[in-house]
Design a protein around this ligand. Structure first.
Ligand SMILES: CC(=O)N[C@H](C=O)[C@@H](O)[C@H](O)[C@H](O)CO
Ligand SMILES: CC(=O)C(=O)O
Length: 305
C-alpha cells in the first residue's frame, strides 16, 4: 500500500442503501438517482452492497446490477468500494471478478457467515478474493453481526500484502481500531464503522468513515470530518452530539434502514422498502420521520451556512 493509495481512498463514504421498485425488484434508475444525490454532497465515495446495501439479502445477479448502476452514474466522480462478502468463497470471487470488469475502485468483504469458521478458514476465504483480481481489498470487521472478530495478528499478516489497503472497523472498541492502525502501519487505512462514535474513531487513528446513517446526512458527516481535520475538536464534538440525537431517533424505528429510506423518500429519492426480514416503517411512524427529516435539514443548513 502506497501513500498515493491513502490519499486516493481516505475520507467519508456513504454505506449506500439499495433501491428497489414497488415490488421489491432492484431498480437501476433509482439506484442511479441515489448515487447522483451523493455525488454533490461532498463525500469521497460510496460503499455498495454492505450491511446498509443489503448485499447479503440479494442474489449475486442483483448485486451486480446495483454495482453496475452505481458505476454507470458516478464512475470517476466518486470512489466506489463494493462489498463482495457471501457465504461461499466461490460466490465472493465471482463478485470480485465482476467488480474488476465493471471498474469498481476496491472490493471489501466480511468473513463468511453462518458456519463457525476458524481464523485459518476466514483468512483463506479472504485470500481467495484478494488473489482473484488486481483490485485493492478492504477487510470488513463487524463482529457484532458475523461473530468473528479480526485479530491483531491476522490484520497484520493481511496488511503486509500490497493489495490489502485497509479495514472497515465496525466493532465498537476504539482501542481495537487503534490497534488495527498499529498492525497495518501509516499507509494502511482504517475506516470508522459506528457512526455514533465517528469522532472518537478519528481521534484514535481512523482515516475516515464508512457509515449507513451518513446516507441521510452526508453533509453533516463531511463537516464533522472537516472540523476534525482542522483541529476544531470542540465544534466537532458539538456536531457529533447533534448527529447522535438524529441517530438515536433513527435506531428507534422497526429498522434503521427502513427509517433512512423513508427519509430519502421524503426528499424525492425513492428507494423502496428494505428487503425482508428487515422491517419497513409503518404509517404511524411517518409523522415523526417528517419531523426528523426537517430537523436534519435545519441542522445541515445551519452548519453549512
Ligand atoms: C452495525 C452496523 O450496521 N454498523 C454500521 C457500519 O458499520 C453503522 O453505519 C451503523 O449503521 C450506524 O452507526 C448506526 O448504528
Ligand atoms: C453501515 C455500513 O457500514 C455498511 O453498510 O456496511
Amino acid at each position: 500500500m502506497t501513500a498515493d493509495n491513502v490519499s486516493k481512498f481516505a475520507g467519508i463514504y456513504v454505506a449506500m442503501y439499495s433501491a428497489y421498485d414497488a415490488k421489491g425488484i432492484v431498480d437501476k434508475e433509482r439506484v442511479k438517482r441515489l448515487a447522483r444525490y451523493y455525488a454533490s454532497s461532498g463525500v469521497k465515495g460510496l460503499y455498495v452492497g454492505g450491511s446498509s446495501g443489503e448485499g447479503m439479502l440479494q442474489s449475486a445477479e442483483e448485486r451486480k446490477q446495483v454495482l453496475e448502476a452505481v458505476l454507470e452514474e458516478v464512475r470517476g466522480e466518486l470512489a466506489v468500494i463494493v462489498h463482495v462478502g457471501a457465504s461461499s468463497t466461490r460466490e465472493s470471487m465471482d463478485l470480485c471478478i465482476h467488480a474488476q470488469q465493471v471498474g469498481a475502485d476496491a472490493v471489501s468483504s466480511v468473513p463468511s457467515v453462518y458456519y463457525r469458521l476458524s481464523e485459518k478458514a476466514v483468512e483463506n476465504h479472504w485470500q481467495h478474493m484478494i488473489d482473484s483480481t488486481n483490485l485493492p481489498f478492504i477487510i470488513y470487521n463487524i463482529p457484532q453481526t458475523t461473530g468473528f472478530n479480526l485479530s491483531f495478528d491476522l490484520c497484520k499478516r493481511l496488511a503486509q500484502q500490497e493489495k490489502v489497503i485497509g479495514v472497515k472497523m465496525s466493532g465498537e472498541s476504539t482501542f481495537e481500531l487503534e490497534q488495527f492502525k498499529e498492525a497495518g502501519g501509516d499507509d494502511f487505512l482504517v475506516f470508522n464503522g459506528p457512526d455514533e462514535q465517528f469522532l472518537a474513531g478519528r481521534i484514535m487513528g481512523a482515516d475516515g468513515g464508512i457509515g449507513g446513517t451518513y446516507g441521510v446526512m452526508p453533509e453533516l458527516f463531511c463537516k464533522l470530518d472537516a472540523y476534525f481535520r482542522e483541529g476544531r475538536f470542540e465544534e466537532a464534538l458539538q456536531l457529533q452530539h447533534t448527529v447522535n440525537r438524529f441517530i438515536k431517533k433513527l435506531l428507534g424505528y422497526p429498522s434503521l434502514y427502513g427509517a433512512c429510506k423513508y427519509i430519502l423518500n421524503l426528499r424525492g429519492i425513492e428507494t423502496g422498502e428494505p428487503r425482508l426480514p428487515l422491517l419497513p416503517v409503518l404509517p404511524e411512524h411517518h409523522e415523526s420521520l417528517v419531523q426528523l427529516n426537517e430537523d436534519i435539514r435545519a441542522a445541515s443548513l445551519n452548519y453549512l451556512s
